[in-house]
Write a protein that binds this ligand. Structure first.
Ligand code: FMN
Length: 190
């Protein structure tokens, strides 16, 4: 989901997606997710410029020329076009939940944020809205741009909007980068 139609997301739909996200399960019911909705055009451009620079760096990391060129041909974010951008952070010192469940695995707070993102993602798809997760970035740089409290960790930068061309096949599969692999190759028994 990197090619977005110009159609805006209705405010009621955007509100419904966020209301769905915060119903997600979380460790200790800590609800450690924090959403930052991008409202400032200059910030959007700063984020897009940053990701473009990191993307160019990632491309040069492919030693094999064919793979490098194939990578460069991919569109890997829609930060300039998507009608809505959301950054999702984890409050690593969330007081809600009173520490339940994180004594041995503090990372559970961050995994909880991913459940919220996935809930939002499914609620979006149910409305025909697409979501693109952008991870080709330096989290410290994005966190600094968004000026959030120091104990918030960046989990995701999300682009939301209606797909230009809806498809049930992942774009990376359509473009020959990577196919879906069979469940049998991913399931193990002990
Ligand atoms: C954790 C995570 C990180 C991702 N990062 C990126 C990314 O940086 N760039 C990108 O193009 N797709 C990324 N994706 C994949 C897209 O978000 C996903 O394939 C897309 O939204 C679905 O649309 P598609 O069917 O067109 O692939 C990421 C997905 C996940 C779950």
């Amino acid at each position: 989901m990197r090619h977005f139609a110009a159609q805006a997301i209705a405010p009621a739909d955007m509100a419904a997606l966020l209301e769905a996200a915060v119903l997600a399960p979380s460790v200790g019911n800590a609800q450690p997710w924090r959403f930052v909705r991008l409202r400032t055009p200059a910030l959007r451009e700063a984020l897009a410029g940053h990701v473009d620079a990191e993307n160019a760096r990632a491309a040069s990391g492919y030693a094999q020329e064919g793979r490098r060129e194939a990578y460069r041909a991919l569109k890997l974010h829609g930060l300039r076009e998507a009608p809505e951008l959301l950054a999702v952070f984890c409050d690593d010192h969330a007081t809600a939940g009173h520490g339940l469940g994180i004594a041995t695995m503090p990372e559970m707070l961050r995994y909880s944020c991913v459940t919220a993102i996935h809930t939002l993602w499914l609620a979006a798809r149910a409305r025909g809205i697409g979501l693109g997760w952008v991870s080709i970035l330096d989290p410290a740089a994005v966190t600094a741009l968004l000026d959030v409290p120091p104990d918030w960790t960046l989990i995701a930068l999300l682009c939301l909007g209606y797909p230009e061309t809806p498809s049930d096949t992942p774009e990376l599969e359509r473009r020959g980068w990577q196919t879906r692999e069979p469940l049998a190759d991913r399931l193990f028994e002990r």
